[in-house]
Design a binder for this molecule. Structure first.
Ligand SMILES: [Cu+2]
Length: 337
């Protein structure tokens, strides 16, 4: 079978949505440029399953940040995370990204990522400039990357449905994250600048989900979770060149995934005496920690694929965070008798 792989990397702009352990193993990132990626030839909309109902999907609620509701303040300890950076970070005042009209027919399909942990499907497409990038190389100016976030089909019990190939079925389009790279872009993000990328997110009706003025969060997340060697994208140097599809594991009972700069589920309830297990994604190649605000438990740095477990013997609500990404990654586990 001819693999049309790759286009470029995928980026993914995540915003504070997701992140979880990985699906298929991916090769180590290479510092040297790999072979030229086979140019993706499939139109964006046909790379996966059915054509995306861009016009008809109703706008849905924006993904919520993982920040859990405040609860009883934990005792002050060295583990207490710093306060999150105020929401309004420096950002562009105007939209220089632009809704990419006709991207479903004119852009190239990059890859799909079934986020079983987050119950979403990430669907990545590139314009021709971005699709022509070679593995290990930065995206050229003029690159536009689209990341559709879909709600997957579930049955009446809330179980995910799969097609004959084992792929999650895209049900409704939630948001269209767009990143554009142009000369001089990104400077407005100041300390959170990620090269020459600027970010915006739209709803299917083309209204803003994340305005330019609020897109500092996008830059901050890419800045914290990626780096210059990856051109500030996520997974772009590995995944699209090896497969056009990946699947994050569905966290088992009493387990939490660390993926895409977030914990899944962000709120977990267990019985007293339960051992809870956290697993870092293998896809994103980002280190994380699992650290309780009150320091009642803490992992060491978890490399991709590594796990941390702790037995929670005392009832209560435990707020925890990633000490490497305290602005983006906060969650909670409630322990009940
Ligand atoms: Cu982290």
């Amino acid at each position: 079978m001819v693999r049309l792989v790759a286009a470029a990397g995928a980026v993914t702009l995540l915003l504070m949505t997701s992140c979880a352990p990985a699906g298929p193993a991916v090769p180590p990132a290479s510092a040297t440029p790999g072979p030229a990626a086979a140019k993706a030839t499939e139109p964006c909309a046909s790379g996966g399953l059915a054509v995306s109902p861009l016009q008809t999907a109703p706008p849905t609620t924006a993904p919520t940040a993982t920040t859990p509701a405040p609860t009883t303040a934990p005792p002050a300890t060295p583990a207490t995370p710093p306060s999150p950076t105020p929401t309004l970070r420096p950002a562009p005042t105007t939209d220089r990204v632009g809704f990419p009209e006709d991207y479903q027919t004119k852009f190239r399909f990059g890859y799909a990522y079934d986020r079983r942990d987050a119950k979403s499907v990430s669907y990545i497409c590139f314009n021709d400039v971005a699709a022509a990038v070679k593995q290990g190389q930065p995206f050229p100016r003029g690159s536009v990357i689209v990341f559709e976030s879909w709600r997957p089909r579930e049955d009446a019990q809330g179980n995910l449905s799969y097609d004959a190939n084992g792929h999650m079925i895209r049900q409704s389009l939630n948001a269209i994250f767009v990143a554009r790279k142009e000369e001089g872009f990104g400077e407005a993000y100041q300390a959170f600048r990620t090269g020459e990328w600027e970010y915006v997110a739209y709803r299917p009706d083309r209204s803003y989900q994340t305005t330019p003025q609020m897109s500092g969060n996008c830059a901050a997340c890419h800045s914290a979770g990626s780096n210059k060697d990856r051109d500030w994208t996520f997974r772009s140097w590995e995944l699209p060149f090896t497969t056009q599809w990946a699947q994050a594991p569905l966290p088992a009972a009493n387990e939490v995934s660390l993926n895409r700069m977030a914990f899944f589920p962000a709120a977990l309830t267990v019985k007293t005496g339960t051992t809870v297990k956290w697993t870092n994604s293998q896809v994103d190649k980002i280190d994380h920690t699992v650290t309780a605000n009150d320091n009642s438990f803490s992992s060491t740095t978890l490399k991709p694929g590594e796990t941390f477990s702790t037995t929670l013997t005392k009832a209560g609500i435990y707020m925890y965070f990633c000490s490497l990404h305290p602005d983006q990654m906060r969650a909670r586990v409630e322990v009940k008798d």
